[in-house]
Design a protein around this ligand. Structure first.
Ligand code: HEC
Ligand code: HEC
Length: 209
């Protein structure tokens, strides 16, 4: 009953306007990394993976899939994903700029992190096996066995900032973030406790790809 009610909500308006047609895929894959490098000068202040940035709540973009990054930029620009900071930056980018900068960041080395230690076994189980009682699919099915992400728009999570992961999972849970196609992440996050969200964020922030 609850799920049906949520499903109704989620279908009420489109979560994103990005459709992965073969043309769109080709368009992103053919982004110009050199032009993207120039654009990234105005992004690196917050998004460079440097030791100084390691504790910030800004997500790392390095090694993230180009298609995922492109989709997020389009979503920020048309308001499908809300963020005052990112709406201001995305407003200045054309579709071509977004493809270029997405390809640039996707080719950078992914953040490395020491292997996750001290993670409760229940969290590892959620990641690898899910939870049949809550009809929770394993995170690894979509995000990859080592959190490396997967085509087309399943983002890499390994090595991502813990604070950002926790904040964005909570935003899916409350519905503040609602740009996930078919409401996949909202339905999952709604079934997690605050403690599980915190631990899952720690787990992925500390895992290497
Ligand atoms: C002043 C800091 C700042 C600058 C500069 C900035 N960003 Fe961001 N960016 C953020 C923050 C904060 C978020 C997380 C917002 C949210 O919660 O949705 C973010 C999120 C993103 C995301 C989504 C990441 C994910 O994992 O979903 C992308 C893609 C992105 N930024 C690209 C860019 C690009 C490209 C530029 C340059 C044109 C840029 N950003 C400039 C602060 C910044
Ligand atoms: C059915 C596939 C699927 C499963 C299962 C799944 N995810 Fe996701 N997840 C996605 C997709 C697709 C997105 C990107 C949605 C969008 O465009 O905003 C995403 C986005 C995310 C993000 C945002 C990443 C960023 O950079 O902003 C986090 C964090 C996340 N998932 C964590 C999890 C965790 C933890 C689990 C397991 C409890 C999980 N996901 C299970 C498909 C899935």
């Amino acid at each position: 009953m609850l799920l049906l009610a949520l499903g109704g909500d989620i279908r009420a308006e489109p979560s994103t306007r990005v459709a992965w047609t073969p043309e769109n895929l080709r368009f992103v894959q053919n982004g110009d990394a050199a032009k993207g490098h120039e654009i990234a000068q105005s992004c690196d202040g917050c998004h460079a993976a440097s030791p100084e940035n390691a504790q910030t709540p800004y997500p790392s973009l390095h090694g993230q899939s180009a298609t995922y990054l492109y989709k997020q930029l389009r979503d920020y620009k048309d308001g499908s994903r809300a963020s005052d900071i990112m709406a201001a930056f995305a407003a200045n980018l054309s579709d071509q700029d977004m493809a270029d900068v997405a390809v640039w960041y996707s080719r950078k080395t992914a953040p490395s992190a020491p292997a996750a230690v001290g993670v409760p076994e229940a969290i590892e189980q959620l990641v690898e096996r899910g939870d049949g009682r809550r009809v929770l699919a394993p995170c690894a099915v979509c995000h990859g066995r080592s959190g490396q992400g997967q085509a087309v728009d399943n983002p890499a999570l390994a090595g991502q900032q813990a604070e950002y992961l926790e904040q964005t999972l909570s935003a899916y849970q409350s519905g503040a973030r609602h740009n996930d196609l078919y409401g996949r992440m909202r339905l999952i996050a709604q079934q997690l406790s605050a403690e599980e969200i915190k631990q899952l964020a720690r787990y992925y922030a500390r895992s290497g790809r």
